[in-house]
Design a protein around this ligand. Structure first.
Ligand SMILES: [Zn+2]
Length: 322
C-alpha cells in the first residue's frame, strides 16, 4: 500500500504548529511558523500553504502523498460550512471561509474544528484516551478549554459551543469576572491565571508566614507553578489553595461525569504538569461529588501528548472523514 500522510495544523495567535502525520496518527515530521496576523490575517493561510510545499520539497516528497489538511483554530467554528465566525487574535471576522480558501490554495481537502476539540481528539487517538470511545478532555492553561467526545465524535451542539467546560459556573454568587462576561466560571479558579490570582489574594489577605508569601515578596507575583512547588515543600497556605482549586475542578468534572459517564476525563495544559500534586486532591473531590457508578467507572488521567495533541487531533479530522 502506498504511504499516505495527513497534514495537521494547530493555528494559534502567535505561532502555527504544523505536522505530517501517518494514517495511524504517528507524527512523522513537525515544525512551526509565525502566525502573521497583520492585514486582517490575509497572509495566514497563504503562509501555511507555502510552508507545506517547502517541507515537501525539503523531504523530497510529492504533493500526492498528502490526503488532506486538518486544522484546529481558535474561536467558534462552523465545521459544516468550514467557516470561523470570528477569531479576534488572527484578525479574522465576519464568518471567515477558512476551508474554501485553504483548499483553493493547496488543492487538498480541508477540515477544521476548534483547537480545544482537536486537542481532545489527539488525546483520544494517540494519547491518554487511546482506546476510549467516550472521553472528555479539559485543558488547564491560561484559560480552561474543553472537548467532549461521544462515540469517537466531538459533540458540537447547536452553535458549536458544546464542551466549553471552562464556563461552567462553580461559584454562583460573588465569583470573579470571567473573560466570557459571566462571573464565577471554572476558568476563573482552575486556569493558571485563576490559580495565580487566588494565591496573590491569599497572601495579601492572610497574615501568616509561608513559603508562598516569601515567593510573592521576592517576585512581586505568584505563578500557578509556584503554588504547586510550594505544596511539594509542604507549605500550608499553598496546600489550602490547591485544595480550593481541586474542590471547584472536582465539582465541575463530577457534574460532567454525572451527565456523560465517559470512560476517561483527560486533564491537559500547563497546569496539569503539577501531576499528582493536583490529581490526588482532585480525585478526592471528584469521587465525593460523583454519582457512585460514575465514580467507579470514569477515570481521571493526565494528558500525555503535551503540545502535540493539537496537530495530531487536527490530522484525525481527515482520517475520520474517509
Ligand atoms: Zn466564563
Amino acid at each position: 500500500m502506498l504511504e499516505k500522510w495527513i497534514v495537521g495544523v494547530d493555528l494559534g495567535g502567535t505561532t502555527t504548529k504544523l505536522a505530517f502525520v501517518q494514517e495511524n496518527g504517528e507524527l512523522i515530521y513537525q515544525w512551526e511558523i509565525d502566525t502573521d496576523n497583520s492585514d486582517a490575517g490575509k497572509n495566514i493561510l497563504k503562509n501555511i500553504s507555502e510552508s507545506i510545499n517547502q517541507k515537501l520539497t525539503y523531504l523530497k516528497k510529492e504533493k500526492d502523498i498528502l490526503l488532506g489538511i486538518g486544522m484546529g483554530a481558535p474561536g467558534a467554528v462552523d465545521i459544516n460550512k468550514g467557516i470561523i465566525y470570528e477569531a479576534v487574535n488572527l484578525g479574522w471576522e465576519n464568518r471567515f471561509p477558512v476551508v474554501q480558501i485553504l483548499s483553493d490554495l493547496t488543492g487538498l481537502p480541508v477540515v477544521i474544528d476548534n483547537d480545544a476539540n482537536c486537542a481532545a481528539l489527539g488525546e483520544m487517538w494517540r494519547g491518554a484516551g487511546q482506546g476510549s470511545k467516550d472521553l472528555v478532555c479539559v485543558t488547564l492553561g491560561t484559560g480552561v478549554g474543553g472537548g467532549i467526545i461521544v462515540n469517537r465524535k466531538i459533540v458540537h451542539g447547536a452553535k458549536g459551543a458544546a464542551g466549553e467546560i471552562g464556563h461552567i459556573t462553580v461559584i454562583p454568587e460573588n465569583g470573579s469576572p470571567c473573560n466570557c462576561g459571566k462571573t464565577g466560571c471554572l476558568e476563573t479558579v482552575a486556569s493558571a491565571t485563576g490559580i495565580s490570582r487566588i494565591a496573590v489574594e491569599a497572601v495579601q489577605n492572610e497574615n501568616v508566614e509561608s513559603l508562598l508569601k516569601q515567593t510573592y515578596e521576592k517576585n512581586g507575583t505568584i505563578t500557578a507553578k509556584d503554588v504547586f512547588d510550594c505544596v511539594r515543600e509542604n507549605d500550608l497556605l499553598a496546600k489550602e489553595i490547591v485544595n480550593k482549586v481541586s474542590f471547584y475542578l472536582g465539582l465541575a468534572l463530577a457534574n460532567i461525569g454525572n451527565g456523560l459517564n465517559p470512560e476517561k476525563i483527560v486533564i491537559g495544559g500547563g497546569v496539569s504538569k503539577a501531576g499528582d500534586t493536583l490529581l490526588t486532591p482532585l480525585l478526592t473531590y471528584f469521587k465525593k461529588f460523583s454519582f457512585t457508578p460514575v465514580a467507579q467507572s470514569t477515570s481521571i488521567d493526565l494528558a500525555t501528548l503535551g503540545n502535540n495533541a493539537g496537530v495530531i487531533g487536527a490530522a484525525w479530522l481527515i482520517y475520520d472523514r474517509k
